[in-house]
Every structure is written in structure tokens, then in C-alpha cells.
Write a protein that binds this ligand. Structure first.
Ligand code: FE2
Length: 274
């Protein structure tokens, strides 16, 4: 599944780009299914905004209870001054999370494909488990910035950091807000952790409050059908989308049943077996 060079590159840089990992048809099928999920899931009255700038969502029950559900979160820029949607709902959703891989049959099948199991084996992830899935829209003109972070801040696992799988369903370019990462930055110790206690209080433990050196970031421009593997300690981000084109992506975060998932992570999980 992976060559020795690819494995070494992943160990060295903390990310791995696999073009044409899945087909254009897969992209179309997932995008079509996401459209239906948005149409149905957005029927409820909740209009929780997801923003890594304001962090407002982190205190909302709608967000905190979404670990085993399919829920839609909105772009900050999708509302007018009166708090009303200023565009069609299909153009207003920031992302859908966090259990598409478990609940939705189409995403479930894609997330449990044999080629993914083979990839995780090649990455030395034994007895893989799927923690969360997200469908990220990065809408034209209002797609919000995702500030630089390590995924382990949000999904902490002892010994073997979480692995992110980022599937490009559309071309991701400088214009529409592709991923950026610091090559080799996964060697940096964890800078912070988002914690949730037994009473559902959310807090952040900061271990290092020095800013990331964004000059070290490089853009990861990829075409649709590409899978980017992200080490859980890799600093990465994406800028806002000011272009006229969306940048849809599907993500999975995976780990191993051999390494326990910290109980004070924000997300509450049910069954995650692959
Ligand atoms: Fe991330």
C-alpha cells in the first residue's frame, strides 16, 4: 500500500499526500449524499456556528452532543445583522459532524473500505478505530479560516497520536482555502488540550503559549480524489475561502484500540470499530 519512501516521508514531514487515492465517482457520491444530509439535518431550528476564531460552539450542547450524531454547523458569515440566514442553507453550512461514518450508509461504506484498512495497517495502526468524521464545505466567499492547531489538542490519545485522513472531494487550491502545514512540525510537543470534565465543563490546558511560526507553513494544494494523511501532532491550518468556488472535503480521525482514547476529550463516542 505504501512504499518505503512514502513511509519515510510521512515520518519526516508529518503528512503524506496520496493523489488519486479514491475516484472522482466517489467524490460525486459523497458530495451528493452530503447535500441530502444538509437538506434534512438543517431542518431543525438549531443554528450553531462553528468558528475556530470565536470558539463559541465549544460551549453549545448541540456541538458537545454531536459525537454520535449527524449535525450541521454554520459559517459565521452566513447570517445578516438580524441573525437571519443570508443565503441558501446549502451555501451556509461550515461542516457536518461527527458520526457520518457510523450513521450514514454512504459515508459508512466509504469510511470502512478495504483500501483504508490497508493504509492504516501500512501506517502501523493496529485494530483501527474511527473516532469522528466531518464533512467540511469551506463555502465560497464565507468559508472561515481554521487557525493553526495540532489535532491532538482536540483528540488526545496516549502513546500513539490520532491520525487524520483528509479526503479532497474538490480541488483544494490557494484560492479556495487549501490546507497549510509546517513540514516536520509534528516533532513539536503538544501546545494545548481542550478538556471536558464529567460535568461537561469545557476548558483549555495550555502547555506552551508561544505562537506558531506561520512563515514555516507550506500550502498543500491537491486535486480531488487526493487523500492527505496528517499526523496528530502536525501543526496545520486553512485560510478563509474568498474565492467563488467551494472546497469540500471529508475527514476521518482514527486511532488504535490498543491505545486508550482519553476520557476527558471533548467528544463522547459510541462504537467506533472499523
Ligand atoms: Fe485539524
Amino acid at each position: 500500500m505504501l512504499t518505503q519512501e512514502q513511509k519515510q516521508s510521512y515520518q519526516q514531514h508529518g503528512f503524506l499526500i496520496l493523489p488519486d487515492f479514491f475516484s472522482k465517482d466517489d467524490c460525486d457520491v459523497l458530495m451528493s449524499q452530503a447535500k441530502q444530509l444538509i437538506a434534512s439535518a438543517s431542518q431543525d431550528d438549531n443554528k450553531t456556528v462553528f468558528s475556530t476564531l470565536s470558539h463559541k460552539h465549544e460551549k453549545e450542547r448541540y456541538f458537545l452532543d454531536s459525537g454520535d450524531k449527524i449535525r450541521c454547523f454554520y459559517e459565521d458569515g452566513a447570517f445578516d445583522e438580524q441573525g437571519e440566514l443570508n443565503c441558501d442553507v446549502q451555501m451556509a453550512i461550515n461542516k457536518i459532524g461527527h458520526a457520518l461514518h457510523d450513521i450514514d450508509p454512504v459515508f459508512r461504506q466509504f469510511s470502512r473500505a478495504d483500501r483504508l484498512s490497508s493504509l492504516l495497517t501500512a501506517l502501523d495502526i493496529q485494530d483501527p478505530v474511527l473516532y469522528q468524521s466531518m464533512y467540511i464545505c469551506k463555502q465560497p466567499r464565507i468559508g472561515g479560516e481554521v487557525t493553526c492547531h495540532q489535532d491532538s489538542t482536540y483528540l488526545y490519545i496516549e502513546d500513539q497520536p490520532v491520525t487524520g485522513l483528509w479526503f479532497a472531494l474538490e480541488d483544494a487550491t490557494l484560492e479556495n482555502g487549501c490546507l497549510w502545514a509546517i513540514p516536520g512540525g509534528h516533532a513539536t510537543p503538544l501546545k494545548s488540550r481542550l478538556l471536558r470534565d464529567q460535568h461537561d465543563n469545557i476548558s483549555v490546558d495550555v502547555y506552551d503559549n508561544s505562537p506558531w511560526n506561520l512563515d514555516e507553513m507550506i500550502p498543500l494544494e491537491v486535486s480531488r480524489g487526493t487523500l492527505i494523511v496528517l499526523h496528530g501532532m502536525l501543526p496545520h491550518m486553512s485560510k478563509e475561502n474568498t474565492s467563488s468556488r467551494s472546497r469540500h472535503a471529508y475527514t476521518l480521525h482514527v486511532g488504535s484500540a490498543l491505545h486508550p482514547f482519553a476520557e476527558n476529550n471533548w467528544i463522547r463516542l459510541k462504537n467506533q470499530a472499523m
